[in-house]
Design a protein around this ligand. Structure first.
Ligand code: WT7
Length: 631
């Protein structure tokens, strides 16, 4: 079966095979009924899961924008992700198949995963972790990161996962803000054939974070690490203690109780700790994964993101387990040791669904089709993309080169804040390369201008969501006002996404990019403020401004403009030193691509950096209206 492309070449219709397999064959009918009565749709989805106590009200919007889904209900996401599967044949099904960069394989049945989660839950309890306490998790892509997250959820503790590609300052800030008592980490991880020394970074970060009483260390690399007596414990020692039994009661939570926090960058200042809750989040993630990736019992599903980002939380860890599916996880990089690593894994493990990011696709595309062509990729049936707009060229390569024209691509637009897909097709929706298509069931989106007025189809404006949805972040940790101001104030009654987008005449949405000071480097969301403060923490840098400049593989790359302090002379060595400094403090993904030393920065009279002007300069374009410029 080859592509069925409309005459204008822009619409890819689903193949009859895809339609035959699809759970929902008539997208329009379900979309219409869900939109007519979103609460009935969501109640129906919630009915498919188990609750300790049923809700009194599907949605309590008396305190909006603090929407309370499934008000009055009691549940625990772990009950649905693990406990209930112990009573069915799922108990013996693989929940997690893990492959390490050095080719080790570990598999967990639902029974085994539950047993280890219970054991670790008992360990955490013995360490004094109670319901509502925060636990920071800073780990490589190994099964224990999943176990640690689930164990926290089970006992009602709030996990705060910090991506392993971040470094000391980023980790320290997140530990401090969350006031975590416990940090779970590893002696290191393998990536690109090298060891990432996570424990050393934790030692540095914890030195300035007085709330941390305990550090639990998983042995992954076997490298020697310093263990501080009375504070640091080996995971494998703790899991052997008699108290670490394989039985542990799951904490009864209110639907609105916090499940986890996840830091993300916004317009200004420090990253914000978005809080997701048990009930609504569970329903939203379950339902979106079910309809969009159409997960079936026999699928082998691989979301190649990192668990440290929301994609990993929702669609590596919680979503697949809620579905009772088999999820695949790979520790390393896609191109190590050769650019066929992923394709080899797809073939060897019979992956049926692959969900990744445009940056990874573009990175692999560079090596050409001969690498995937060495492998039998015929098990694949659905592909996915997330994190940034996918350029049509990469879309078509993915569709043809990997999906062989058989597999629809689910381009899912969503955010840390939304918790679940918002704009997305399902497998039967006709696709247009580069468009995340239309709102998910129950949702409606619109394109608005600066004043909240509608923008005509085909023109660019601000993307806003019209309806509340169950997996939305419920607040920003310790800062509910910021939650209201950031997302719900610009357009009363609407969620302001912070993206610019267009809608076309068919009602398809085309997301263009962020409207704020967020830079997307390889799909990772970074705030200019965080990068700039890392730059000025170098002794030579007096002032700094960064922008995102388009990059062929990364989507965007960081360009930094720095004013030097007196007594420092610009040189290439100094630029390299400053780059390395940012890499060391904030993490390798934050390292600027290019540093330019300047004498002044374009600022408004009120002192705000005019990134627009820097962007124009970086691209050699006219600077536009600079009447407010005070350089
Ligand atoms: C921002 C959110 C949610 C998972 C990972 C990102 C951009 C995300 C798409 C897409 C175009 C996309 C947006 C959004 N984005 N998915 N399919 N098409 N843009 O989560 O780190 O919170 O970033 O990522 O700009 O606002 P995040």
């Amino acid at each position: 079966m080859t592509d069925r492309i409309s005459p204008d070449g822009e619409i890819y219709y689903p193949t009859p095979e895809v339609v035959a397999q699809a759970r929902v064959k008539d997208w329009d009918a379900l979309a219409k009924s869900a939109l007519a009565d979103p609460l009935a749709f969501w109640a129906g989805e919630a009915e498919e899961l188990e609750w300790y106590r049923r809700w009194d009200k599907v949605l309590d919007d008396s305190k909006k924008p603090f929407y309370k889904w499934f008000a009055g209900a009691q549940c625990n996401i772990i009950h649905n992700a693990l406990d209930r599967h112990q009573k069915t044949g799922k108990k013996n099904k693989l929940s997690l198949v893990w492959v390490g960069e050095r080719n080790e394989v570990r598999t967990y049945s639902y029974f085994a995963l539950n047993r280890d989660v219970c054991k670790f839950a008992n360990v955490l309890k013995a360490m004094g972790v109670k319901k509502g306490d925060r636990v920071t998790i800073y780990m490589p892509r190994i099964p224990e990161i999943v176990i640690a997250m689930l164990a926290c959820a089970k006992i009602g503790a709030i996990h705060s996962v910090v991506y392993g590609g971040f470094s000391v300052d980023a980790l320290q800030g997140r530990i401090e803000d969350s006031e975590s008592k416990v940090v779970v980490t590893a002696d290191g991880g393998f990536m690109n054939g090298k060891v990432v020394e996570l424990k050393k970074i934790v030692d540095d970060a914890v030195r300035h974070a007085p709330t941390v009483e305990t550090v639990i260390v998983v042995q992954r690399t076997g490298h020697e690490v310093r263990m501080e007596p009375g504070r640091d414990y080996w995971y494998h020692d703790l899991m052997k203690l008699p108290l670490a039994t394989g039985v542990s009661a799951t904490e009864v939570m209110d639907a609105y109780d916090p499940l986890y926090m996840l830091y993300t960058s916004g317009t200004t200042g420090k990253p914000k700790g978005l809080i997701h809750c048990h009930g609504g989040y569970m329903v939203g993630v379950y339902s979106t994964l079910k309809y969009v990736f159409d997960l079936k019992d026999e699928d082998r599903y691989w979301c190649a993101a990192d668990p440290g980002w929301v994609t990993g939380h929702s669609y590596i860890v919680y979503g697949p387990l809620l579905m009772g599916a088999t999820t695949f996880m790979y520790e390393g990089a896609p191109t190590y040791p050769y650019p066929n690593r992923w394709w080899h894994l797809v073939e060897k493990y019979g992956i049926t669904i692959l969900y990744t990011a445009p940056t990874a696709i573009r990175g692999l595309m560079r090596f050409g089709e001969s690498w995937p062509n060495r492998h039998d990729l015929s098990t694949l049936r659905i592909l996915g993309s997330v994190g940034e707009p996918i350029n049509p060229e990469a879309w078509k390569w993915y569709h043809r080169g990997i999906g062989k024209g058989r597999c629809p691509i689910m381009d899912t637009w969503w955010q840390t804040e939304t918790g679940m897909f918002q704009l997305t097709p399902t497998p039967v929706v006709p696709l247009k390369p580069g468009s995340a298509t239309r709102p998910f069931f129950g949702q409606d989106a619109e394109i608005l201008d600066e004043n909240g007025g509608p923008v005509p189809d085909g023109e660019e404006g601000f993307l806003a969501l019209k309806n509340p949805w169950p997996a939305a972040a419920i607040t920003i940790y310790k800062d509910p006002d910021r939650y209201v101001n950031q997302y719900w104030s610009k357009y009363p009654g609407r969620y302001m996404a912070g993206d610019s987008a267009k809608r076309d005449k068919d009602g398809y949405f085309w997301v263009i990019g962020r409207t704020d000071d967020v830079i997307k480097v390889s799909g990772y969301r970074l705030g200019t403020a965080e990068v700039e403060s890392a730059l000025v923490s170098h002794p030579a840098v007096a002032e700094a401004a960064v922008i995102g400049v388009s990059h062929e593989v990364k989507g965007q790359a960081i360009y930094a403009y720095c004013i030097l302090r007196k007594g420092f002379k610009e040189s290439e060595e100094l630029a390299d030193e400053v780059k390395a400094h940012v890499g060391k403090h904030m993490g390798p993904i934050v390292r600027p691509e290019k540093i330019t030393f300047v004498d002044s920065l374009p600022k408004t009279r009120s002192g705000k950096i005019m990134r627009r002007v820097l962007n124009a300069r970086a691209q050699g374009l006219p600077e536009g209206d600079v009447s407010t410029l005070e350089e």
